[in-house]
Design a protein around this ligand. Structure first.
Ligand code: 5GP
Ligand code: MN
Length: 345
């Protein structure tokens, strides 16, 4: 067994799970491939074991994940509040996957916080909050999906991982590593991935379903973001993209359409910090990405009330778009040296 399970509440989680009847699985707002992949893999596995399980998410998942096995059974709190409240009320256990802080559940957090059900965390983000009864938290791993693979296997049920569960796990691993281009220097990730292929998944097809299903307006939004929205500050090794509410309306924005946009800003040579600022109704959604040892988790946590991983983080700011961008720009002089030397230890 990998040390991280031994050093976590794994044994307690396994025991409490065995004693539960009705289980809720939940994941973070704006769910991505790993959030949905890990949730659905756990959902399909627990259903196979005979539990009554429901996945409840705060707001809708992007259309490019709708093909995933079990996706149609996901309940969205935003549009089905009464039923979700009932299900949470009847549950014995709530398993929180791929996030580290209940505030990431948005409107759903009050329901989860006030529920008497046990709360378990399975997650790979830095700095998990102290508001879960049991934690399996480890950040030196590709994805929460990889943790779910370990969790099922070490619980003694590896034989229950079938092709559908493998498809969910692969989606989580592939999307959280940018198709094996970051958080991917661990041999174990590839051994698990090989196992998933042995179970019959079609990696090429999954890749097409996730990445080659853009709407025309999504691709044009990407083009606009990169050609008009991008600002490059070579002296700070920083590039950022700003998208206003009007930009999003103009390109018929749908959930998930800006997924990956920030990575284009980081793809410039010698740019070590990238940001995307997206104007929403009453807040600004910020995404940060970095190269090397510059921690955007710290940047998001200490200055924007967000968090994430060392090289990928995000936040929601309740300032105007201009104020948010200005507060970011004000910080850059302080980071000038560290942004220059991201590969020095
Ligand atoms: P993205 O920029 O793709 O939305 O998020 C990048 C990473 O940061 C993901 O791992 C995501 O879970 C995390 N993240 C995004 N927004 C927030 C936030 O508001 N708070 C925290 N704690 N993490 C966030
Ligand atoms: Mn993840």
């Amino acid at each position: 067994m990998e040390n991280y399970l031994e050093n976590s509440d794994f044994i307690q989680v396994r025991e409490i799970l065995d004693k539960s009847g009705k289980i809720i699985i939940s994941t973070h707002t704006n769910p991505d491939g790993d959030a949905i992949g890990a949730s659905l893999a756990l959902f399909l596995y627990l259903k196979k074991r005979g539990f009554v399980v429901t996945v409840i998410i705060p707001d809708p998942y992007p259309e490019f994940l709708a093909w995933m096995p079990g996706a149609k059974e996901i309940k969205v709190f935003e549009s089905d509040q009464e039923r979700c409240k009932e299900l949470i009320g009847e549950s014995d256990l709530i398993v929180c996957v791929d996030f580290n802080n209940l505030s990431r559940l948005n409107e759903l957090q009050t329901e989860v916080r006030n529920s008497g059900s046990g709360k378990v965390l399975i997650d790979h983000h830095l700095n998990p909050a102290d508001e879960f009864d049991y934690k399996i938290s480890f950040n030196k791993i590709s994805s929460t999906s990889e943790m779910v693979y370990d969790f099922i296997g070490e619980s003694g049920y590896r034989h229950l991982i079938d092709k559908e569960i493998a498809e969910c796990l692969y989606t989580g691993i592939a999307t959280d590593t940018g198709s094996f281009s970051y958080s991917c220097n661990y041999v174990k990730t590839y051994l698990i991935t090989a196992e998933l292929f042995r179970l019959g998944i079609d990696g090429e097809h999954i890749h097409r379903l996730i990445y080659d299903t853009y709407s025309e307006s999504r691709l044009r939004l990407l083009g606009y973001a990169v050609s008009d929205g991008l600002i490059v500050l070579p002296e700070y090794h920083t590039a950022y993209i700003v998208l206003t509410k009007d930009d999003l309306i103009r390109f018929n924005y749908e959930v998930g359409d800006t997924e990956g946009v920030v990575n284009y800003a980081l793809s410039i040579r010698d740019i070590n910090l990238a940001a995307l600022f997206m104007e929403r109704d009453d807040q600004v959604k910020v995404s940060f990405r970095s190269k090397g040892n510059f921690s955007v988790d710290r940047l998001a946590r200490e200055h924007f009330g967000g968090g994430g991983h060392r090289n990928a983080s995000g936040a929601n700011c309740f300032m105007t778009l201009t104020e948010t961008v200005e507060s970011f720009l004000k910080l850059l002089p302080e980071f000038r040296i560290s942004l220059k030397n991201v590969y020095n230890d």
